[in-house]
Design a binder for this molecule. Sequence first.
Ligand code: F6P
Length: 345
Amino acid sequence: MSVRIGILTAGGDCPGLNAVIRAVVRRATNEAAEVLGVRNGWRGLVEDDIEPLTRASVTGILPRGGTILGTSRINPFDEPDYLIRISRNWAKYKLNALIVVGGDGSLRTARDLWRSEHMPVVGVPKTIDNDVGGTDFTFGFDTAVNIVSEAVDRLHSTAESHHRVMVVEVMGRHTGWIAAYGGIAGGADIVLVPEHPFRLSRICDFILHRAAQGRPFSIIVVSEYAHPRADENFITEEVAAEIYRKGQFGGIGNVLAREIEARTGMQARVTKLGYVQRGGSPSAFDRVLATRFGVKAYEMVRANEWGHMAALQGNRIVSISFDEALKEVKRLDEEIYNVAEIFFG
Ligand code: F6P
């Protein structure tokens, strides 16, 4: 029997989304299955914004950033009539399955729809933050790390020439994966992550120690959600509320640079990499991973593996339950943090 599969991309954009879409379409059309693209995440299912995807419509999208389907952060449980509208459109397009490509929030929604509405869904984990459980890596992460690493390389020029402290603020929501990998790859002197609250006096001592040793510059990579230790009081409650505001973090870099300048007497400058980290063409690693996830998602649909998600474990692509993946946020691996720490102090 021919199947009709819907696919949507939800949450923040991420390099590799188009590679997943292309892989699903290519794999499905090999078997004469049909794929329908749902536009702008769950919004397309609510608002009947759905289009057939063919081999022609996915030609040339592999290296493109963003998502040809568009994305949004709306949730089917946001409004009382959304579920009714979704099931009406599901029936209208005679869908047999839905592939949800999203981060932990969208995958949680997919799990709830499978559980409460028995919607046949499978998931593909995407996020530059690499914080989804059950998978060694999510696609998008490698590209973001490459961008951070290149930025740190470039910032060394100004740091060394002007004898400055350069603070680089990176994304990662509640985890320090991007900061740790990007910092190690770029040769940063200090890496600050949410998993390890920092002590400012230690950072300043280290910067001054380096200067005394003939290295009057330092590069600090700080994750957007990194916190000082509880007994440090240089961030007022008001400023903390601004930096760690729900849903959109940012600003810890500025606070740090100001304090470091005041305490060490060295010039400090900030670079917030922001959305540059998730824009543009995916790395080769992310293209391959996203393609493998897309192929696996199609095979999971054919095997009726509802409520499951594609995951990378070792070098194998496997299918794991949403429950397993969403048990907890995948925090930065201690072993990786310890490697970063070797270069700090
Ligand atoms: O989840 C990826 C991510 O890039 C986080 O690192 C960041 O905090 C967040 O998205 C910001 O996304 P937006 O501003 O699109 O909500």
